[in-house]
Write a protein that binds this ligand. Structure first.
Ligand SMILES: Cc1cc2nc3c(=O)[nH]c(=O)nc-3n(C[C@H](O)[C@H](O)[C@H](O)COP(=O)(O)OP(=O)(O)OC[C@H]3O[C@@H](n4cnc5c(N)ncnc54)[C@H](O)[C@@H]3O)c2cc1C
Length: 420
């Protein structure tokens, strides 16, 4: 069995490492050359960390991340709505990590080059097209900067892990419409500052129309008594059509959103100072895609953002891509018939991730911020005035079940089988 992976993001690289571990021949093809540590912070939930731990990556991850200790939601005036421990502090066997996306990608990329061999990892290979027949699939690559052909590869299976603008997905859904713009834009940045709260807390303040998220991502900075704080400012801007393209690297002017967050200067966090202090700010429109009925078309399937781009809510973008990767590798290693294996993978992953896409449109676990705003727009003294007993815990737990990281069920899985 030979597997061709398109895309060296967290999803594609994790799939490559899991397949290699299970003894399956695999190559990775990535448009970009050289690979650069792009993006800002992301979170890896314990179920995704479990999969990376099986790959032996936990020591390197721990050295590159902050082990998130708690998650706390506040209303727009800084009153606490809900706080819960996360990762090991919550009794999981695996941590939750806050990490720079680029650092995670480089860690996975370097590991893939080391384990698969440099000859199996191909930066500068942009998938231009592919054809499949009864015996295999052929992928054709170009240099994205010149458009010149740079080669082709034949394999048994092709995995489209090529992100939100997936070429592989477009081949099967050529006229897929982009869902209507939800009217919200995310501005993202990283700022050095004093540590806040526990020094490993992820906070969200406001409500979905005016929301500020912050968490530290750099262990080296934490060791020196400072914090490198990843932040996201999200604002309802309205309009039926996204005013900006879906480009993760698009630089933004903070004058467009900073005034809306001027009031979020709390005694435990100064959001305006974080916004002002970031060397660069990036913007991204909040658009996902409708779930599709199929990812697998004979020898070709989709994974990660190519399969189920979702609103970045509940820390699930990278985590779900990593779960896809492990499920795909298990299916392919466990079945000599690649077509049947890809169907098994789809059966396991399509329904839960589709549900999550829809759940995140309804704000996922962040619905508590929306409810606090609706029920107490002037604020509250005590959260018990706003929520019924057990309501907040119930919302948090239901989302964990939906996203596959209910603690007891996850812990019961243990570390997973060792390769034969
Ligand atoms: C540059 C970049 C920055 C990001 N920054 C953030 C961030 O700050 N916060 C956040 O929450 N999420 C960010 N994301 C998205 C996040 O990485 C994903 O939501 C999540 O990790 C799932 O990963 P993935 O591997 O499925 O997709 P991605 O991370 O999008 O990876 C897809 C990969 O496929 C490559 N690719 C695309 N088309 C082709 C092609 N035709 N041929 C070959 N390769 C191709 C891309 O260059 C990319 O490396 C970013 C994505 C990218 C690409």
């Amino acid at each position: 069995m030979k597997v061709i992976i398109i895309g060296a993001g967290p999803g594609g690289l994790t799939a490559a490492l899991h397949l290699h571990r299970l003894g399956v021949e695999v190559s990775v093809h990535e448009s970009v050359r050289p690979i650069k540590p792009l993006g800002v912070g992301i979170n890896l939930l314990p179920h995704a960390v479990r999969e990376l731990t099986i790959l032996g990556l936990d020591p390197a991850l721990a050295a590159a991340s902050i082990a998130t200790g708690e998650l706390a939601y506040y209303n727009k005036t800084g009153s606490l709505i809900w706080r819960e421990p996360r990762g090991r502090a919550a009794g999981y066997h695996w941590p939750q990590y806050s990490i720079h996306r680029g650092r995670l990608q480089m860690l996975l990329y370097d590991t893939a080059v080391e384990r698969l061999g440099r000859g199996q990892v191909h930066p500068g290979h942009h998938l231009a097209g592919f054809e499949q027949d009864a015996a295999g699939v052929t992928a054709r690559f170009t240099d994205r900067t010149t458009g010149e052909p740079v080669g082709e590869e034949r394999g048994d299976v092709l995995i489209g892990a090529d992100g939100i603008h997936s070429v592989v997905r477009r081949a099967f859904y050529p006229s897929e419409a982009t869902p209507p713009f939800g009217g919200r834009i995310l501005w993202r940045g990283i700022t050095e500052g004093p540590p806040f709260l526990s020094g490993k807390t992820m906070i969200m303040a406001g409500h979905p129309d005016v929301k500020f998220v912050a968490y530290p991502i750099c262990p080296d900075m934490a060791a020196s008594g400072r914090a490198l704080i990843n932040w996201i400012a999200e604002l309802q801007v309205g309009g039926g059509k996204a005013p900006i393209p879906r480009d993760w690297n698009r630089l933004a002017d903070r004058a467009h959103f900073a005034p809306a967050f001027a009031g979020m200067k709390f005694d435990w966090l100064d959001a305006p100072a974080l916004i002002a202090g970031a060397p660069e700010v990036y913007e991204f429109p909040l658009i996902d895609r409708d779930p599709v009925p199929r990812w697998t078309f004979d020898r070709v399937t989709l994974l990660g953002d190519a399969a189920h781009p979702m609103f970045p809510i509940g820390s699930n973008g990278a985590s779900q891509a990593i779960l896809d990767a492990a499920a795909l590798a298990d299916a392919l290693a466990g079945n000599p018939d690649p077509l049947a294996a890809l169907r098994t993978y789809e059966e396991r992953r399509l329904a839960p991730t589709s549900q999550l896409v829809l759940n995140n449109r309804r704000h996922g676990p962040e619905i508590v911020m929306q409810l606090a705003e609706e029920r107490a727009p002037q604020g509250f003294k005590n959260v018990s005035e706003v929520f019924a007993p057990g309501e907040l815990a119930d919302i948090a737990q239901k989302y964990k079940v939906a996203a596959g990281f209910d603690r007891d069920r996850l812990n019961a899985l243990g570390q997973g089988p060792e390769p034969a």
